[in-house]
Structures are given as structure tokens and as C-alpha cells.
Design a binder for this molecule. Structure first.
Ligand code: 9L3
Ligand code: MG
Length: 135
């Protein structure tokens, strides 16, 4: 048994900005979230860093190589012991394609506000808007 306090498991999501726009991905599952838009990503595996997890998830979901950057926005509690965090992701190579999502879109600040985002990701709207307005 370990004396170390149990750390929250993390779900990581990537904010990819390009030319004044943010990449959003439309979920296909679970049924409650299908059709709604998110920052792509997924669960950090045991013994995996959040940075490596984000790179793995975006390679799996979008077929791109990214470099994980700084955190953006607040921690979003998903369930006891599970927290959702957004990170900036810089495109290193490849053009994003929807391997795991229904479709992808690049939104500006105004369009972001009109998208049906999953509830969890709405917590990041202020920072995402600030970034899009500054670009
Ligand atoms: N989730 C919410 N917002 C996001 C992401 C990437 C994930 N931007 C939630 C949806 C699922 C859980 O986290 O309940 C795990 O994500 P996934 O593995 O289904 O993508
Ligand atoms: Mg995912």
C-alpha cells in the first residue's frame, strides 16, 4: 500500500488555434453527447503523463502530431476522482481529420458562442474567447 495521496485521474482536451480559429469536434457517443461539440481528447492512462496522453489522443482522434502546451481554463470535475483539463495543443504535423468524431470545424469567437458545446467544455468559453479575440 502506498502512503501517497490518490491523485485525480484526468481527462485531457486539446485547444488547437490556427489563424484566429479554434478546432472543435462533434461527438458521436455516448448518446447523451452525440451531436454536441467539444475540444477533442480523452482519458489519461495509468502511468501516462497528461502531455503524452493529449498527444496520443489527438493522434488517435485527428491523425495529427501535436505538442502539448500550457493549461487553459479551469479544472472541470467529471465525477469523484476524475477531472477534465484543457491544454493548448500546437499542430506539429498533419491536417486534422475526424477519425473518431462525426465532423470537425474551425470556429472564430462569434461562431464559438453559437455552437452546441458539451456542458463540461462551456467552462472554458471565457479563456477560449479571450484567445480568439486576441488572435
Ligand atoms: N469529455 C468532455 N469534454 C471533452 C472531452 C475530451 C471529454 N472535451 C468527457 C466525455 C466523457 C469523458 O470525458 O465522459 C471521456 O472522454 P472520451 O474518452 O469519451 O473522449
Ligand atoms: Mg475522446
Amino acid at each position: 500500500m502506498s502512503d501517497a495521496p490518490a491523485r485525480d485521474r484526468e481527462v485531457v482536451a486539446g485547444a488547437i488555434f490556427r489563424e484566429g480559429r479554434l478546432l472543435l469536434a462533434q461527438r458521436t457517443s455516448p448518446p447523451a453527447l452525440a451531436g454536441r461539440w467539444e475540444l477533442p481528447g480523452g482519458k489519461v492512462e495509468e502511468f501516462e503523463s497528461p502531455q503524452n496522453a493529449l498527444a496520443r489522443e489527438l493522434l488517435e482522434e485527428l491523425a495529427v502530431e501535436v505538442r502539448c502546451g500550457a493549461r487553459i481554463g479551469v479544472d472541470v470535475p467529471l465525477s469523484p476522482g476524475l477531472v477534465l483539463r484543457a491544454y493548448r495543443a500546437e499542430l506539429v504535423s498533419g491536417e486534422p481529420v475526424a477519425l473518431d468524431h462525426a465532423q470537425l470545424t474551425w470556429v472564430d469567437a462569434e461562431e464559438l458562442l453559437s455552437m452546441d458545446l458539451v456542458d463540461n467544455d462551456r467552462a472554458w468559453i471565457p479563456e477560449l474567447l479571450a484567445e480568439l479575440s486576441a488572435l
